[in-house]
Design a protein around this ligand. Structure first.
Ligand code: KDO
Length: 334
């Protein structure tokens, strides 16, 4: 049995229990929407969903966020939803690709060009089959696309100790990447030696020297204070990163048509506020990080883009990409 079918079998089993399990308890007559993910309370997704999503659904639902993986470990949220123990999460394309291989097209470096491109792709007809597969396979509905920002390299060694111009300069660098296969592949495509590590452990991993660096968008690197234990940022912009706001289908199907419309709009509007704030932060954080004493510089981005695209082109991931979808995605870019 392949890893993917084993995961789907386990999900199906948990989903079966969910349908026989008790419905989510109702404090009053409102539906409880437990949200769990690995971001912090000050992460722009958390701020936007508390400020926009929660009040917009307050007539019929109670939004209950848990941050920093305090309810479920990073990467286990989809299984928790299948078991009926969680209603909402921010799912990554990398986690979805573990069950639905074609989602790896959204994990490939240098495919999405910017936030507007991500938004256009999520709304395009090419996305319909992807969304349908998530509902059929994982019993989860994707509500909106969340802009996380351009992922940049963030390294412990100083620029004098390690100057990064091309992927060859990353040879042997122990770069933490999140734990799923497609993240590890991206780390290798960048030229590094990737190490899987949960987001919650990255700060101490950097502080102790267990890892040589990590990659995340600047707002995340600042929000988690990774700059306190690193010395440089290399502006590779190797992945315009995203999450999807996702709800369990069981919860979605229990809503009336009006409630579904309100909830989906609330998730879209919250994603829009988060995107606006994330983009604003990306614009001002280079100066902030330089003021913290980090060296921030551009490598030979074309060398990174060529190496990463070549790695994906010949990869097993690319074999799972539906015919013509990459061309459609590229055509939607500026
Ligand atoms: C991370 O673990 O580096 C990552 O950025 C991966 C993203 O897909 C997402 O899971 C994110 O962490 C968390 O939401 C924390 O910001």
């Amino acid at each position: 049995m392949t890893k993917i079918t084993r995961r789907i079998a386990m999900l199906a089993l948990s989903a079966a229990f969910a349908f026989t399990g008790t419905a989510v308890s109702f404090a009053d007559d409102k539906i409880k929407l437990r949200m769990s993910y690995s971001g912090s309370k000050t992460d722009q997704r958390s701020v936007a969903f508390e400020e926009v999503f929660a009040p917009a659904v307050a007539d019929f639902a109670e939004y209950k966020p848990s941050y920093n993986s305090s309810l479920f470990d990073q990467g286990t949220e989809l299984e928790a939803m299948a078991r009926g123990n969680l209603e909402l999460t921010f799912a990554s394309a990398q986690e979805l690709a573990q069950y639905i291989p074609e989602f790896s097209i959204f994990t490939a470096g240098y495919v999405h060009q910017n936030a507007d491109h991500q938004l256009a792709v999520f709304a395009a007809p090419l996305m319909d089959d992807f969304k349908k597969k998530v509902e059929e396979t994982l019993k989860v509905k994707l509500l909106s696309v969340i802009y996380l920002g351009r992922r940049q390299l963030n390294l412990r060694p100083s620029k004098d100790e390690l100057m990064v111009k091309t992927p060859a300069d990353l040879k042997g660098v122990n770069l933490r990447m999140p734990g799923t296969d497609s993240w590890q592949f991206l780390g290798k495509a960048l030229g590094a030696s990737p190490t899987p590590m949960a987001f919650a452990e990255v700060y101490t991993g950097l502080q102790s020297g267990a890892i040589d660096g990590q990659d995340n968008p600047l707002p995340t690197t600042v929000d988690k204070k990774f700059y306190e234990v690193t010395k440089q940022i290399v502006l590779t912009s190797h992945l315009v990163d995203l999450n999807y706001a996702a709800i369990s289908l069981k919860t979605w199907n229990a809503l009336s048509a009006d409630q579904q419309k309100t909830l989906e709009k609330a998730a879209t509007d919250a994603a829009a506020l988060g995107r606006k704030n994330q983009l604003a932060q990306e614009g001002e954080l280079v100066d902030f990080l330089k003021k913290q004493g980090l060296e921030v510089y551009e490598p030979d981005v074309a060398a990174f883009r060529n190496a990463v695209q070549a790695a994906y082109k010949d990869s097993d991931f690319a074999k799972s990409w539906p015919e013509g979808v990459l061309d459609k995605i590229n055509a939607l870019g500026k």
